[in-house]
Design a protein around this ligand. Structure first.
Ligand SMILES: Nc1ncnc2c1ncn2[C@@H]1O[C@H](COP(=O)(O)OP(=O)(O)OP(=O)(O)O)[C@@H](O)[C@H]1O
Length: 896
C-alpha cells in the first residue's frame, strides 16, 4: 500500500483549530509541535504517578509488538488520545514505526456512527479508505496479522460491544450494524489476528474488551513547560504565562489536558498582547474566554444574550440528561437555529452542518458548566432558586457552584455585562443569600469537605470583605483539615490570608504534605498562632517552606508529634526556628537523635529565641543528646521553662550535667519531665544537688518509672527540707521506693513551709503504714498538698480510711485524691462519704478499678449531689450492674 496516500488521505485536515477545540492534531504533528507524553509504567496504579513513568508512544508500540496486540488508550477529555494515535499512524506512514503492519485503517467512531443502517467490513474499509481498491481488498483480508485497526472516540457513542448481545459475523462482505461490525472485529470472529489500537475517555464501558490499557496522563509539569515554550516563541512571555497558569490553575486536574493548555495559552497570548491583566481564578479565565469567543461574532447585545441563553438551555439539557451530544432538531429547540453558522465557535460539530445527522457537543465539560452558570444569572424569565438548580445538577456539574460564586461578584461579571447586558439582580442576590446561609450552617459543622467547598467558593469570589463576613468568630475553623488536596490548600490559604490571622491551623493526619502544598500554605502557616501537624508525614521539600513560614510568622505553637521527621528534616526545620515567635514546640516521636540536639541548641541559644516549652519525649536522644542540650540551659538566651524528656533512653550518666545546668544561674527551667528513663538512684542523687541550690528554679519534677529504690529517698528528703528547694510537684510513681523510703519522704513533707502541692506515688508498693503517715501529714497543718495520687497500691479499705479521716479534717487542703485500684469494697463507702461531706476543698475523687458494687451507688450519688465543691468522681471499672449504671447516668458529676 502507498503510505503517502495514507498520509494525505487519512490525515487530511478535517475541520479547523478553535479556541476551545484545540489546534488540530494534524497541524500539531505537521508543525513539529507534538510533545511526547508519559504514562505510568504499571498501567492504572493508584500510586504516585511521578514514580514510574515511561513514554506513552513507547508503551503503545511495545504492546503492539507483543502478543496481546490490542491496546486501549484511556484518558480524560482533551488529554491527547487522538493526537497520540494520529502521530503513530503518521510515523507508520513515514516508515518510522509499526513497520510489521502492511495496512493501517484509522476510524473515528464519531464519523462512522453517522453512517446509517447496515454495512459490511469491506464497505467500511472502502468508504473511509477510498485509496484501497477492490482488487487489493483480498490481499488485505488474507493476511489479517498485517492489519492494524485504529478506533478513536470509543466512548463517544454508546456502542454495545458485548459479544453476547450480537450475532457476531465472520464474513467481511456481510452487512451488519456498526456495533456488531466492531464487536465482531474486536472479538476476533472477523479478521482474526488483526491488531487494534483504540482510544476512549474513562466513561466508555469497556468491561467486555480485553487488551492492554494504557493511561494517557496528559501534560505533567515538564510537558506543560515544553508546550508553553513551543506556543510562545518569546521565552520570557512563555515563562510568564506558564508561571501564571501554574500559580492560579496548576492545582486543578484539568490543567494536564493539552486541549486546556492550548485554550489557556491562546487567551493569555491575546491578553498579554493587549497589555491586559491575566485572570486570577478559573471563573475569571472563563469570563475572558467567553468574551473572546463572542466579541468577534459582532452581534448586538440582545443577540449575544440570546445566544448565551440558548447555549445555556443546551448546557442544562446535556447536564441534566447526561447527554454527550445533541441533534440538530434539539439545537433548534434551544433557540440556536439562528446562530447555526456560529455554533462551531462554542461546540464540537460532527458531520455536515447542512445534514440532519450532524451532531453537536460541548468541547469541554468546564465550558458547559460555565455557560450554565452565566445563563442562570442572565435569565430574567425564571426565578428558579440557586439551591434547586444546584440540587438538580448535583453529581453532573463539579464546578457549577464555583462559577456561580465567581460570577456573583461585580469585578468578574462586569466584562460580561458590557457584552450581554445586565445580569438579573434578583438571581445574584438569591445566590448571595444562599451562599451566606449555607456556609453559616456548614461552618458550624465538622465536615471538612464542606468547609473546603465553602473556601473554594470564597476563593472564586475574590472578595476579602466577603471572607470576613462569612468566616465569623463562631465558625468552627479549627477542625482538622488534614490531607488537603493542592486545590484545598490554595483556597484555605486564600481565606486565611484575607482574614489576616488564624488561631489554629489544624492539619492533623496529613498523610503526605508535599513541597507544593507546603509552598502554597506557607502564607497561611505564618499567619497561624498554632499549627497542628500531629500524626502527619512531611516530605523533604515541604520542610523548608514550613521553616520559612515559622521564621517570618506569628506562630507560637507548633505540634509535630508523631511525624517521624528524622535528623535531616529536623535540621532544616531548625533553621526557621532560630528567629521566630515560637513558644511551644512539641516534638514527640520525631525520630530525633543526639545530633538533632545540636540543632535544637542553636535554636534555644539564639538571641531571638522565645521557646519556653519543648517536648522531646519518645526520641532516642540518649545521654549524649541531653548533655548537648544542657549547653543551652547555660545560655542567658535560653528561655526554656518546661522540658519533657519522657522515654529518651536517659541514664544517670547525663544527670550530673543536667544538675549543673539547672543551677547555672541562667536556667529558667521550672518543669522537667524525665518519666520512663533509667536514671536510677544515682541519677536522682545528682539531681538533688540542683534541687538544693539557690539558683535552681525547678518546681516540677517527673521521675515516673525510673528504676528508683529507697536508696534515693534520703537524698530527696534532704532536698525537700533544704531552704532553697521550690519543688511543688513530684512524680515518683512506678518506682519501688519501699516503706522506709516513703516514710522518709513523708517526714520531709511534714516540715513547715514545704512547698509540695502535687505528689504522685502510684504503683509504689505502698503499705497501710505509709497511708497512715500520709494521713497524719495531711492533718498536720503543715502540708500544702492539694493533689495526691496514690492509686495502684493494694492497701484496701483500712489503708484508704486513713486518708478519708484526713480529708475530713479541717487542716487538709486536698482538692484531688486518686485511690484507683486500692482494693476498695463497699465497706469503705461510709468513710468516703463522710470525708467528702466534711471537706471544704475536695473536688475530684478517683475510684476507678475497685470493687464497689450497686449497694454503694445510692450513697455515692447522694454525696455528690449534696457536695457543692465536688466536680467529679470516677467509678469506672467497679462491679456495678447495668441497672445501677442507669441511676448513675442521672448524676452528671459521676463518670462510670
Ligand atoms: N502530544 C501533544 N502535543 C501537542 N499538543 C497536543 C498533544 N496532544 C494533544 N494536543 C493538543 O490538545 C488538543 C486535544 O487533544 P486530543 O484531541 O488528542 O485529545 P483527546 O484525548 O482525543 O480528546 P477527546 O477526549 O475530546 O477525544 C489537540 O487538538 C492538540 O491541539
Amino acid at each position: 500500500m502507498d503510505k503517502n496516500t495514507v498520509l494525505t488521505h487519512i490525515l487530511k485536515p478535517n475541520g479547523m483549530s478553535t479556541l476551545l477545540g484545540g489546534e488540530l492534531p494534524v497541524s500539531v504533528i505537521n508543525n513539529n509541535k507534538y510533545i511526547s507524553q508519559l504514562t505510568p509504567e504499571a498501567p492504572l496504579t493508584d500510586g504516585n504517578v511521578d514514580d514510574n513513568l515511561s513514554s506513552l508512544d513507547h508503551a503503545i508500540l511495545a504492546t503492539l509488538s507483543g502478543e496481546i496486540r490490542t491496546v486501549i488508550l484511556m484518558g480524560a477529555e482533551g488529554s491527547g488520545k487522538t493526537t497520540a494515535l494520529e502521530k503513530l499512524v503518521v510515523d507508520w506512514a513515514r516508515g518510522e514505526h509499526l513497520q510489521n503492519f502492511s495496512y493501517v485503517f484509522y476510524f473515528r467512531l464519531r464519523e462512522i456512527i453517522s453512517l446509517e443502517g447496515m454495512l459490511s467490513l469491506e464497505t467500511l474499509m472502502q468508504h473511509h479508505h477510498s485509496h484501497i481498491s477492490s482488487e487489493s481488498m483480498p490481499r488485505v483480508l488474507q493476511k489479517p496479522e498485517d492489519v492494524l485497526f485504529v478506533f478513536d472516540d470509543l466512548d463517544q457513542y454508546k456502542l454495545n460491544l458485548d459479544p453476547s448481545v450480537h450475532t457476531l459475523c465472520s464474513d467481511p462482505s456481510q452487512a451488519v450494524s456498526v456495533s456488531c461490525l466492531i464487536a465482531s472485529l474486536l472479538h476476533g470472529s472477523l479478521l482474526k489476528g488483526a491488531a487494534f489500537m483504540m482510544a476512549t475517555r474513562p466513561t466508555g464501558c469497556l468491561t467486555c474488551l480485553s487488551g492492554t490499557r494504557v493511561e494517557v496522563l496528559g501534560f505533567l509539569k515538564p510537558q506543560r513547560e515544553a508546550y508553553f515554550n513551543g506556543f510562545f516563541t518569546d521565552p520570557v512571555a512563555a515563562n510568564k504565562a506558564l508561571m501564571h497558569m501554574e500559580k492560579t490553575l496548576g492545582f486543578y486536574d484539568f490543567c494536564t489536558s493539552p486541549r486546556f493548555c492550548w485554550t489557556v495559552c491562546s487567551i493569555y497570548k491575546t491578553l498579554m498582547n493587549a497589555g491586559a491583566k491575566l485572570p486570577e481564578t478559573l471563573s475569571q479565565l472563563f469570563v475572558d474566554i467567553l468574551v473572546h469567543l463572542i466579541q468577534p461574532l459582532s452581534l448586538d447585545k440582545a443577540c449575544n444574550r440570546e445566544l448565551v441563553l440558548a447555549l445555556g438551555r443546551m448546557a442544562s439539557h446535556c447536564s441534566l440528561g447526561q447527554h454527550l451530544s445533541c441533534t440538530k432538531e434539539e439545537l433548534d429547540s434551544f433557540g440556536l437555529q439562528r446562530f447555526i453558522a456560529s455554533v462551531g465557535v462554542f461546540l464540537q460539530v460532527d458531520g455536515d452542518l447542512e445534514s440532519d445527522t450532524c451532531v453537536f457537543s460541548f468541547t469541554s465539560q468546564l465550558m458547559q458548566e460555565f455557560i450554565l452558570a452565566v445563563s442562570f444569572f442572565l435569565d430574567k424569565s425564571t426565578s428558579e432558586g440557586v439551591e434547586k438548580m444546584l440540587e438538580e445538577h448535583k453529581g453532573h456539574a463539579k464546578f457549577l457552584d464555583l462559577f456561580l460564586s465567581g460570577l456573583s461578584e461585580p469585578i468578574q461579571y462586569r466584562p460580561l455585562e458590557t457584552l450581554l447586558g445586565e445580569l438579573n439582580p434578583d438571581q445574584v442576590m438569591n445566590f448571595k443569600s444562599w451562599f451566606k446561609s449555607s456556609s453559616e450552617e456548614t461552618l458550624k459543622g465538622f465536615f471538612k469537605d464542606r468547609h473546603h467547598r465553602c473556601f473554594h467558593l470564597l476563593h472564586q469570589a475574590q472578595n476579602k470583605s466577603l471572607v470576613k463576613e462569612i468566616i465569623t468568630p463562631s465558625a468552627r475553623i479549627g477542625i482538622s483539615y488534614g490531607d488537603l488536596s493542592l486545590q484545598d490548600c490554595v483556597a484555605l490559604n486564600y481565606v486565611i490570608t484575607c482574614l489576616g490571622e488564624m488561631k489554629l491551623l489544624n492539619l492533623y493526619r496529613t498523610r503526605n504534605l508535599t513541597e507544593e502544598q507546603a509552598e502554597v500554605l506557607a502564607p497561611a502557616m505564618s499567619l497561624s498562632h498554632k499549627i497542628l501537624l500531629t500524626d502527619s508525614s512531611l516530605s523533604a521539600g515541604a520542610v523548608p517552606h514550613l521553616a520559612s513560614a515559622l521564621s517570618s510568622g506569628l506562630t507560637e505553637k507548633l505540634d509535630i508529634t508523631h511525624t517521624r521527621l528524622g535528623e535531616e528534616k529536623f535540621k532544616i526545620l531548625c533553621a526557621g526556628l532560630r528567629d521566630c515567635k515560637l513558644h511551644n514546640l512539641n516534638l514527640q516521636v520525631c525520630r530525633l537523635t543526639e545530633a538533632s540536639c545540636e540543632d535544637l541548641v542553636l535554636v534555644l541559644t539564639s538571641a531571638a529565641s522565645q521557646l519556653c516549652l519543648c517536648d522531646i519525649s519518645f526520641n532516642e536522644i540518649e545521654d549524649k543528646g541531653l548533655m548537648k542540650l544542657c549547653k543551652a540551659l547555660h545560655s542567658p538566651h535560653c528561655r526554656l521553662q518546661q522540658l519533657y524528656l519522657q522515654s529518651c533512653e536517659l541514664t544517670a550518666a547525663s544527670m550530673e550535667a543536667l544538675s549543673a545546668a539547672l543551677c547555672s544561674g541562667n536556667s529558667e527551667l521550672r518543669e522537667l519531665g524525665l518519666a520512663r528513663n533509667t536514671i536510677g538512684d544515682s541519677g536522682v542523687e545528682a539531681l538533688c544537688k540542683a534541687l538544693q541550690h539557690r539558683l535552681c528554679k525547678l518546681q516540677s519534677l517527673k521521675l515516673f518509672d525510673n528504676e528508683l529504690t529507697g536508696v534515693c529517698c534520703p537524698h530527696l528528703m534532704e532536698s525537700l527540707m533544704s531552704e532553697h528547694c521550690v519543688l511543688s510537684e513530684l512524680d515518683l510513681s512506678v518506682n519501688d521506693l519501699g516503706q522506709e523510703g516513703v516514710l522518709l519522704l513523708c517526714q520531709a513533707l511534714s516540715q513547715p513551709g514545704c512547698p509540695m502541692e502535687k505528689l504522685w506515688l502510684q504503683r509504689c508498693e505502698l503499705t497501710q503504714t505509709v497511708f497512715k503517715e500520709l494521713g497524719s501529714l495531711l492533718r498536720s497543718g503543715n502540708s500544702q498538698l492539694k493533689s495526691l495520687f496514690v492509686g495502684v497500691n493494694q492497701v484496701g479499705n483500712q489503708g484508704v480510711k486513713h486518708l478519708c479521716d484526713a480529708v475530713a479534717h479541717p487542716n487538709c487542703l486536698l482538692e484531688e485524691l486518686d485511690v484507683e485500684m486500692t482494693a476498695l469494697t463497699d465497706s469503705c463507702v461510709e468513710d468516703l462519704c463522710a470525708a467528702v461531706r466534711a471537706s471544704k476543698t475536695l473536688k475530684n475523687l478517683e475510684l476507678r478499678n475497685n470493687s464497689l458494687t450497686d449497694a454503694s451507688v445510692p450513697a455515692l450519688i447522694r454525696v455528690m449531689e449534696d457536695s457543692p465543691n465536688m466536680q467529679e468522681m470516677n467509678l469506672q471499672y467497679n462491679d456495678i450492674s447495668e441497672e445501677a449504671i442507669n441511676m448513675l447516668s442521672e448524676c452528671d458529676k459521676i463518670r462510670y
